[in-house]
Design a binder for this molecule. Structure first.
Ligand code: ARG
Length: 584
């Protein structure tokens, strides 16, 4: 089904055409002045300017040409030529009822259907996930949900950092602490032990020390570089050890992601593309895209000036982060045949992606595919600097999630929320509230801006927070449950009056919010819509005591409105990755 604004736009576009103007001017949008009208069409001004006509005259001609007048309560020309629109209450109600009966809740799928790869999460093996990865995860997951909801063929890919020099550092560190392990004996015939010699906790402890040591001591750094090189050349013991590192890290990452309710279609890592790199490099050399430069191999990408070349092969023969990303984009574009690849990555990697995309374009990978860096800002502590633990270390994702749940439980206790439920259910609710708090707080800001991590604020039950929205949804659930227990059924939606109009308008504008979120790759539009919807329901319910209403037709209509509202609110929250409890 068409969205309400599309339906109106279509009618106005036809009217512009009949009035001798290009139909593009028929765009109808929500009114900026809800006290005057519900929608407006401002195209007469631009159309008149282009045709050197009087804008009010054009506006009048459009109104005269407009068909389906029976849909409108009032149409008026205002100011220099704005058209103010109010709908017939019955038409608005019919549209909302149709949305409620639609499988996609009134959000039309995007056409054409495209294959979209969403690259997000991106944790690094052996390093613990931190608040930066949290943001990529929350944002990327919301985008994969939104694109799917809008009918796109989405493939999400975690793109694990499983191939960098951190691997060599860990190998060297372990060869020192446990030199007797068979992985270091180049003559060991195998098979290697099935059990990993280290846990993820060991790795997390080893990595910062190993990395600090390499920074201090050039000889150590050289040993790590050599080990990385041998690993990449396929030395069997190192490969076996590396597989253990990846296994234990992925198992831990799976736990973190599942606590967040996030999943990926593909769990590929940087290592997956390594075998394809030599072939790609040959191809690029032959095509003249890659050129030698000071002993290294680069792709110059400065067509528009100021961008340094993408470094493909270092003078020592090693590959880089960008080499892997180029091979990854090649596979996604040419083999997976994606037409859009979204990279949900920290904005500080902007130059890197600019280089990769330009190199990919030169290599001919982007003829049927676009790469897009969906950049996001930093999560800061109260001091305005990137968020850290009290001791100055990076905050682990697992600890963050636990802290959010504790804070949620505290807020619930203060307000007596879920106080009388069994402890197990209470804990389950606190888990959902904590995750909702984290996700909403992250997504409500435009992704490009930085924000301050403040759990006490995120877990409030009022205002723009996750808990407020869960509470709102649960309240509607409880009304519907009570109605069902009393044998009351939702019925036909009656024409809007002053009491229902705000809620119906909010409901009708869901597709516009989804489309904005899609257009800008920015779920904050969905957060804003969820807030508007929750507020609109609250305003409606203050005036319409559904269960106490004596008129059966009105009561059934209000129940229907509540039902549609709940379905939409839960859907919007689901697109944000937020799960609603049954009761609170
Ligand atoms: N592992 C990287 C990091 O932690 C993020 C990976 C982003 N995706 C990509 N295709 N480069 O910074």
């Amino acid at each position: 089904m068409l969205s309400l604004t599309d339906r109106l736009t279509r009618a106005f576009s036809a009217a512009f055409e009949k009035a001798g103007c290009p139909p593009e001017h028929g765009q109808v949008v929500e009114s900026q002045r809800p006290d005057l009208c519900q929608f407006q069409c401002n195209g007469a001004l631009a159309a008149a300017k282009a045709a050197r006509r009087n804008p009010r005259e054009v506006g009048q001609a459009v109104l005269d040409a407009l068909e389906e007048k029976e849909l409108f309560e009032s149409l008026s020309l205002a100011g220099p030529g704005f058209i103010n629109i109010r709908l017939k209450p019955g038409f608005l109600a019919r549209h909302v009822a149709e949305m409620g009966a639609d499988a996609a809740l009134g959000c039309p799928p995007l056409s054409p259907r495209e294959k979209v790869v969403v690259d997000f999460g991106g944790p690094n093996v052996a390093k613990s996930m931190h608040v930066g990865h949290l943001r990529s995860t929350i944002l990327g997951d919301s985008l994969q949900r939104l694109f799917r909801f809008l009918g796109q063929a989405v493939v999400s890919d975690i793109h694990l950092g499983d191939w960098g020099t951190q691997m060599g550092m860990l190998i060297v560190a372990l060869s020192r602490s446990q030199p007797g392990l068979p992985y270091f004996d180049a003559a060991f015939p195998g098979p290697y032990p099935a059990q990993a010699p280290v846990s993820v906790a060991d790795l997390e402890e080893m990595y910062p020390r190993a990395s600090a040591l390499c920074k201090e001591d050039p000889a150590e750094a050289e040993r790590a570089r050599q080990a990385t090189f041998e690993l990449q050349q396929g030395r069997p013991g190192y490969r076996a050890l590396w597989r253990h590192f990846v296994e234990v890290s992925v198992a831990a990452a799976r736990e973190d992601f599942s606590a967040l309710g996030v999943d990926f279609d593909l769990w590929l890592g940087e290592s997956h593309y390594q075998d394809a790199i030599p072939g790609m490099i040959d191809e690029l050399k032959r095509a003249g895209v890659a050129r030698p430069s000071e002993g290294a191999l680069v792709v110059p990408v400065d067509q528009e000036g100021g961008i340094p070349p993408l470094l493909l092969v270092k003078s020592d023969g090693g590959y880089l982060y960008g080499t892997t990303d180029l091979a990854t984009l090649r596979e996604r574009a040419l083999e997976q045949r994606a037409s859009l690849v979204l990279y949900v990555v920290d904005k500080r990697q902007g130059l890197h992606f600019e280089q990769v995309f330009r190199a990919a374009a030169k290599a001919g990978y982007l003829e049927r595919c676009r790469g897009e860096h969906v950049a996001y800002g930093t999560v800061n502590g109260p001091d305005g600097k990137p968020f850290k633990t009290r001791s100055g270390g990076v905050m682990k994702l697992k600890d963050l999630i636990r802290m959010a749940q504790d804070e949620a439980l505290k807020a619930m206790r203060e307000l007596g929320v879920a106080g009388e439920y069994p402890p197990e259910e209470q804990a389950g609710i606190a888990r959902k509230v904590g995750i909702a708090a984290l996700k909403y707080a992250d997504l409500m800001n435009h992704r490009g801006s930085d924000y301050v991590f403040d759990l006490a604020k995120f877990t409030r039950f009022e205002g723009r927070t996750g808990p407020y929205h869960l509470y709102a949804a649960v309240r509607v659930k409880s009304i519907l449950r009570k109605a069902a227990e009393a044998g009351l059924e939702p019925g036909e939606l009656l024409p809007a009056t002053g009491r229902e109009e705000g809620l119906m308008m909010a409901l009708a504008l869901f597709p516009d919010a989804a489309r904005e979120a899609h257009r800008h790759r920015a779920p904050n539009h969905l957060c804003e819509h969820a807030f508007r919807l929750a507020q609109a329901f609250s305003g409606f319910y203050q005036q319409c005591h559904i269960l106490g209403e004596q008129d059966p037709a009105l009561r059934a209509s209000w129940l229907q409105l509540a039902r549609i509202c709940l379905a939409q609110l839960e859907k919007v929250l689901e697109l944000l990755g937020i799960e609603t409890p049954e009761r609170m």
